[in-house]
Design a binder for this molecule. Structure first.
Ligand SMILES: Nc1ncnc2c1ncn2[C@@H]1O[C@H](COP(=O)(O)OP(=O)(O)O)[C@@H](O)[C@H]1O
Ligand SMILES: [Mg+2]
Length: 373
């Protein structure tokens, strides 16, 4: 069965589509579409609820449904394929994995937008969307959901692997050699590209540091990086999740202030080092020693050469080999889209696909909602 997976991450950069054959996994094709500028601006506004109206949010939900459908249809055309089923993560507008007081009750919540019914109508295929609420309703944090795919695709009988995704946020899945599904550990390690992006935009007027070129021209401000790594999020024990709430604009502002009068490339180099250092630190602090021999990187951050060089140095020190998802036949930018194809497939078979040890859920849950064509 061919399944199309559609992913839009916290970077709000656009839409990744992966065409996948299942149950014996094979990636058949993948594409990436940037959001139109105006749409990206609206998505970023929507993540900052004070700046947008309910009417706009409702419209954005339907509009994204249209854009996701277009992305799937264009991908199918490009590769001459036709999916039987579509799995769409949608765009996270808000995620609060921990319950907090609200109107005298305790409430946790998550919200992904991009209307499944619109996608189903346009593509005339069933669509699974809105994956996270079922895990939260079962007592989980609703994230991370990719570990199910990581286990399916990367587990190894004799090699312990850390799957490191570097999107807007960076998160890892640790799979010891020969582990059972309930022996995984998975959590967010901190910022991925989000702080680098914010500072590159602010200081250079570019959306991101292409290939890590600006960072390559700078020197890391060690005291700044060390200081920031002492902040609460990095010390907090997993499970833990982060988003724009933790590492968005305000965090970038603070980081910039800490850099004082440093040269601009030094600021970008330091933000890049913060990502690589926080990943290595998380492994040192929270994973059992000596159990992991490889780190496999996916996500847009794998294209940042300076970041990858820094990670190479960190992993060498940890006694791990650094690899990229591409070496496994899965391009770094397609992994999460492929993951949501697999999750949709499981839902279609009425099988659970959350990993309770990763999300903290009290039980396995069938994820998502189905819109029929
Ligand atoms: N050629 C590149 N060089 C450096 N960074 C890149 C490159 N391509 C993509 N990126 C980074 O990857 C980010 C997008 O990664 P992605 O995995 O899509 O994240 P998300 O899941 O948060 O959307 C971009 O915002 C950018 O920071
Ligand atoms: Mg993206």
């Amino acid at each position: 069965m061919i399944v199309a997976g559609v992913m839009s991450g916290t970077s709000a950069d656009g839409i990744n589509v992966a065409m996948v054959r299942l149950p014996r996994f094979k990636l058949l094709g993948q594409t990436e579409y940037a959001y139109p500028k105006t749409v990206r601006a609206a998505v970023l506004r929507a993540m900052n609820a004070e700046a947008i109206s309910v009417a706009e949010l409702a419209r954005l939900n339907f509009l994204l449904g249209e854009l996701y459908a277009d992305a799937v249809l264009a991908t199918e055309k490009k590769f001459g394929l036709r999916a039987k089923l579509i799995g769409c993560h949608g765009q996270t507008l808000y995620h609060q994995g921990e319950a907090a007081k609200f109107l005298g009750y305790r409430v946790a919540t998550t919200w992904q937008t991009g209307e499944g019914a619109v996608m189903a109508a346009r593509t005339r295929r069933p669509v699974v969307s809105d994956f996270r609420p079922a895990d939260m309703a079962a007592g989980g944090k609703g994230a991370p959901l990719v570990p199910y795919f990581d286990y399916f695709f990367y587990r190894h009988a004799r090699i312990g692997r850390v799957l490191q995704n570097i999107g807007g946020i960076a998160n890892l899945t640790a799979i010891p050699a020969g582990a059972a599904l309930d022996q995984l550990m998975a959590f967010d390690t901190g910022p991925g590209n989000m702080v680098i992006d914010a500072l590159t935009e602010r200081l250079f007027g570019r959306r991101f540091d292409r290939d890590g070129r600006f960072a390559a021209q700078g020197r890391v401000l060690e005291p700044v990086v060390k200081r920031v790594l002492r902040e609460r999020f990095f010390r907090q024990k997993p499970p833990k999740t982060a988003g724009r709430e933790e590492f968005g604009r305000e965090f970038a502002q603070r980081f910039l202030r800490r850099c004082g009068r440093a040269a601009i490339p030094d600021v970008i180099a330091s933000a890049t080092a913060l990502t690589s250092r926080s990943i290595a630190d998380a492994i040192r602090r929270f994973l059992p020693r000596g159990k992991f021999q490889e780190m496999v990187v996916a996500g847009g951050g794998a294209k940042n050469r300076t970041l990858m060089a820094m990670l190479e140095a960190e992993t060498r020190e940890l006694g791990m080999k650094l690899r990229t998802s591409d070496e496994f036949g899965l391009p770094a930018s397609a992994k999460e889209a492929a993951a949501f194809a697999l999750l949709a497939y499981e839902t279609w078979q009425q099988r659970p696909a959350n990993v309770p040890s990763a999300t903290g859920a009290g039980r396995a849950a069938i994820l998502g909602k189905i819109s029929y064509a």
